[in-house]
Design a protein around this ligand. Structure first.
Ligand code: SF4
Length: 230
C-alpha cells in the first residue's frame, strides 16, 4: 500500500514530495524481517518486491532527484545507477556501513540516542557525519547539500548518521528488537493510515506520482516503509 504526498509537511524533509509504504496486513509488512529496528520482525518481509523495486528505481522526477533507504542486506540493494533513485543502505552498525560503502553503496547508520557527532567521526578510515537537519532547527532536506541533498548523492565517501529519536530510541544500538523512529508519533499515524487507505498497486501508483511532479522536484521514497514483498 502506497501513500503519496506531493508537498510534505514533515519537519525534517521540508516541503518536498514523499511517500509512505505499508503492508496491507501489517504496517511493518514491507520492512525486512532482519531489520534490528523492526519491533514486529515476524510480520516483516522475507524478500524484496522486484516489481516495486524496479518502480522505485525509475521514479525520479524529470530533472529532479530521488532517494530512499533500505534495511535489506546491502548485497541485495542495487548499487547506484545513473539517472535512477539512489538507495542508501541503512546500517545498524558502523562496521556494516563501512562494508556497504566499500561495496559501492551509499550508507547511513542509526546511532544510539544521545551520542554526539559534532565535527564528524572517523572510523576504519571513513568519515561519519550527522544529518544536518538533526543539528539545526528549520534545516531540511530541501536545503541540504546546496541543491543535491547528501542522501541523494550516489558516490559518497562518508556515512550519514541519524541519531535515534522517538519513543523507541533507547533500543537503537541494542540487541533488543525495536527502535524504529516511525513506530510512534505523527509518522506512525501517517504510516498506519497508509495500510488502510493507500494505493494497493504501489508500483503503478508510484510511477504515476513521479510523472506528476514538477520538473526539478525532490522525491524521498518511504518516510516509513521499505521495498519488501509482504
Ligand atoms: S542528510 Fe540531508 S538529505 Fe539526508 S536526511 Fe539529512 S537533511 Fe535530508
Amino acid at each position: 500500500m502506497l501513500k503519496t504526498v506531493p508537498v510534505s509537511s514533515n519537519r525534517k524533509t521540508g516541503p518536498i514530495a514523499v511517500t509512505y509504504r505499508a503492508g496491507a496486513c501489517n504496517t511493518f509488512g514491507t520492512c525486512p524481517k532482519t531489520c534490528g529496528l523492526n519491533p514486529s520482525p515476524s510480520a516483516g518481509a522475507a524478500k524484496i518486491d522486484a516489481d516495486y523495486l524496479a518502480a522505485v528505481l525509475d521514479a525520479v522526477p524529470r530533472n529532479g532527484v530521488a532517494w530512499t533507504y533500505s534495511h535489506f542486506p546491502a548485497a541485495e540493494i542495487p548499487a547506484p545507477i545513473p539517472g535512477k533513485t539512489v538507495i542508501n543502505f541503512s546500517a545498524d552498525t558502523m562496521d556494516a556501513a563501512v562494508d556497504a560503502l566499500s561495496s559501492g553503496r551509499p550508507a547511513v547508520v542509526a546511532a544510539p540516542a544521545g551520542t554526539v557527532w559534532d565535527g564528524g567521526v572517523e572510523y576504519r578510515g571513513v568519515k561519519f557525519v550527522q544529518c544536518p537537519a538533526e543539528k539545526s532547527e528549520g534545516f531540511t532536506c530541501m536545503q541540504c547539500g546546496g541543491g543535491l541533498p547528501l542522501c541523494a548523492r550516489p558516490k559518497r565517501d562518508y556515512v550519514v548518521v541519524f541519531v535515534a529519536h522517538g519513543t523507541g530510541a533507547r533500543k537503537v544500538g541494542l540487541s533488543e528488537d525495536g527502535g524504529c523512529y516511525a513506530a510512534s508519533g505523527p509518522t506512525a499515524i501517517q504510516w498506519h493510515g497508509t495500510r488502510k487507505s493507500g494505493a494497493a498497486n504501489d508500483a503503478d501508483a508510484l510511477r504515476v506520482f513521479a510523472r506528476s511532479l514538477p520538473p526539478g522536484s525532490f522525491l524521498r521514497h518511504h518516510v516509513a516503509g521499505d521495498v519488501g514483498a509482504e
